[in-house]
Design a binder for this molecule. Structure first.
Ligand code: GLC
Length: 478
């Protein structure tokens, strides 16, 4: 099978969140299963590191219609040693920007250009996919443009479109005035993208894609409920027949405590001594006392509301007073950043806060903490809890979305973490209390850490689910 995986970010080239991890690891897993997979993404010339740009070579160029204009699009390519092919679509006006990959006044135009360019590209490169898997709102116009402009194209007919929702909170909503001038969607087809009197990119993809997937089975049902759906439950309910959820995997080569070059000591299920060294070194690195054996909670997250920081704020001091140390890494809303700056001032020996995101430090926190706190209000999948398990760090999570699908509470047989159900600070505190007590029974804790490390969240299972879905679509006689 030949698959084209379209994403606005992919590891190791450009990343702002979990989408990049998935786009960097699922294609690898599909190739491992014997299929051909190419990733297509924008060529962000100011973001992709020079060491990667060196490997990327120019292939061809063509023009892309954007409203009444024709915009240049260069195609650069790279064949990765793991067998995944990459296409980088270049237009410096759209993608050579100074302040990160998103958040510009013309994002609608930038990703409409990209989406149309992905399909136009197929006329100019020697890669004819049977499946295009587009991801999130930035690529949501790919199935829409396919429906409008390419479905009856003799070269491109019969391609099946899968659309994957990584986070329904970001939909690509714009005013109807963009329809023809910027998005090149004819007025008589406005109904595809129109939703609540606006243009909604994600709604367009849900409308026309052959299948819609999301990143965990629980999230696939949660988003039918207005509490989770950010307004899209009505269209999702009507398209339930083609929607499903597959739990993401993680890149188990990149996150491997036995080989990780970023952690101070290696460890494995059989020999966990290195984890103790990682803990001591972590406390030293972030400036916390390492004289007593208190449990350390790690938090690595964007500091935004839906990650559950309101709960953390409410009971934070009580958690510290209970006897925990807390190591936080992240940035986001200024009022959460300020909260952790103040918390560090109140408890300088017990709380450390590093503002920003530094992947090597993140790995040292995964490796050196005893527990990992993730009380998300909603969580489509979540990767951090799976990475924590891999490093023997026991997750404390709210049972929602992918957190619910990946963590078994210790109250049950084969538990791997501590979960709570209600979005409530006392319930979260109760879970940390249970974790604290469990930590003090060292033999049982060691068995728990072993179970955590043995949990398998590699792509081997989920890649097969995607393949099954793709094969089903190809077998359709359209
Ligand atoms: C988004 C979601 C996160 C998920 C990731 C990868 O970032 O918020 O839950 O793990 O996408 O699918």
């Amino acid at each position: 099978m030949k698959i084209l995986y379209a994403a606005s970010e992919a590891q190791p080239f450009a990343a702002s969140g979990g989408l990049a991890d998935v786009a960097g690891s699922l294609p690898k897993a599909l190739v491992k299963e014997g299929h051909e997979c190419a990733v297509v993404m924008p060529y962000y010339k100011n973001t992709i590191k020079p060491e990667h740009q060196k490997k990327i070579t120019f292939l061809t160029s063509f023009n892309v219609p954007v409203g009444w204009r024709a915009q240049y699009c260069g195609v650069f390519t790279y064949d990765a040693p793991d067998g995944v092919k990459y296409f980088f679509l270049d237009n410096e006006y759209y993608f050579k920007r100074d302040f990160g990959i998103y958040g510009y006044y013309d994002d609608a135009e930038r990703y409409a250009f990209f989406s149309r360019a992905v399909l136009e590209m197929l006329h100019h490169v020697d890669y004819k996919p049977e499946i295009i898997n587009s991801n999130d709102w930035q690529c949501a116009l790919i199935p829409v443009y396919y429906q409008i402009y390419f479905k009856y194209d003799s070269e491109l007919k019969n391609i099946r479109n899968v659309f994957t929702i990584h986070n329904i909170a970001y939909q690509g909503q714009y005013g109807m005035n963009l329809l023809e001038e910027i998005l090149s969607i004819p007025r008589h087809m406005a109904n595809i993208v129109e939703y609540d009197r606006d243009i909604n990119f994600m709604k367009g993809a849900i409308e026309v894609a052959d299948k819609v997937t999301t990143v965990s089975p629980t999230y696939a049902t949660e988003i039918l409920d207005p509490w989770f759906s950010h307004g899209l439950d009505r269209v999702l309910t009507s398209k339930q027949y083609k929607t499903c959820g597959f739990l993401n995997g993680i890149d188990t080569d990149m996150y491997n405590p036995q080989t990780d070059p970023d952690i101070p000591a290696k460890f494995s299920v059989k020999s966990k001594a290195g984890k103790k060294i990682c803990k001591a070194k972590l406390l030293e690195e972030v400036g916390l006392a390492s004289d007593s054996d208190e449990p350390v909670i790690g938090i690595i997250s964007r500091l935004v509301e839906h990650k559950g920081f309101d709960l953390i704020k409410q009971v934070f001091d009580r958690i510290v007073e209970q006897g925990f140390k807390v190591v936080i890494l992240g940035s986001g809303d200024p009022h959460y950043e300020q909260f952790f700056i103040d918390a560090h001032r109140r408890h300088p020996d017990k709380v450390s806060f590093t503002c920003g995101y530094f992947p090597p430090l993140a790995k040292r926190i995964y490796a050196g903490s005893d527990m990992f706190l993730m009380p998300s209000k909603s969580e489509p999948c979540g990767l951090a809890q799976m990475i924590s398990l891999r490093y023997g760090t026991v997750p404390i999570v709210r049972a929602t979305g992918g957190l619910k699908d990946s963590i078994i509470d210790c109250g049950e047989k084969d538990g791997t973490g501590f979960t709570f159900l209600n979005y409530d600070a006392e319930d979260m505190f109760g879970a940390t209390e249970r974790a604290f007590n469990a930590y003090n029974d060292r033999k049982a804790w060691n068995a728990l850490v072993t179970r955590a490390m043995k949990a398998d969240f590699s792509w081997s299972v989920s890649a097969k689910l995607y393949i099954g879905l793709y094969e089903e679509l190809i077998s359709w006689n359209l």
